[in-house]
Design a protein around this ligand. Sequence first.
Ligand code: IPE
Ligand code: IPE
Ligand code: MG
Length: 253
Amino acid sequence: MSSSGSAENAQTRPGPRHIAIIMDGNGRWAAQRGLPPSAGHKAGVERIRDLIEACKDRGVEALTLFAFSSENWQRPSKEVELLMSLFHSYLRKEAQRMREEGVRLRVIGRRDRFSPRLAQAIEEAEDMTRDGSRGNLVIAADYGGQWDIARAARCMAEEVAAGRRSPESITERTLADYVQLVDLPSVDLLIRSSGEQRISNFILWQAAYSEFYFTDTLWPDFGERALDEAIEAYCGRNRRFGGRGRGGLAAGA
Ligand code: IPE
Ligand code: IPE
Ligand code: MG
């Protein structure tokens, strides 16, 4: 994850600076093997280390992973417990390595529903990697895109109530400063594994102009090759952002 160019209309598009992934399909991967979902979640976590490396090698500056949605609390309690414990051990095991590799980790989402032990592990991992300048890893946990936007609106409403801002100053440009990921390059490529084609309350605001890429590959099978296929698809897209863009109808038409 390092810097790369961003000439949006070049013939050969540079690779994505920020990739976000909905890591889906652990349950089906396990079911195909006659195993419980926990086996799929364990296999899924194992993909992450290599993926960070692969992104770094490809000049990706930020990788945002959807690990646990605000709706995933509805899963059976045993599954939720396992996911929390995997998250905890991941942070404990990987934070030191990320620090050594200069990767800055942050976790986005609600914190108040995690156990104090997990909340502390998150804080420690973030503190430990704070100075990382060679890439960003964002883990979205107890995250919902609607929560993110509502939280931003609440922060701004508090400023209005305190007399520090006018209601008229709330626009799409100013609200953008209050949602998560504001300090990172915008999400260029949003990947979802497992064949589902929906956003499931992930980054609703930030994905306004992301390129979407869906693959049938189940998350525990998602490796470098799948990543390259997604990046290749991205590089072939014509991003127009509402304008004409390259190769579109003649500008004067
Ligand atoms: C994604 O895998 C992981 C989480 C949602 C935490 P799933 O567990 O949703 O896998 P499927 O969709 O059942 O295959
Ligand atoms: C989305 O997957 C959340 C994560 C991958 C963390 P889900 O499996 O929870 O989504 P739905 O229920 O199929 O929409
Ligand atoms: Mg799923």
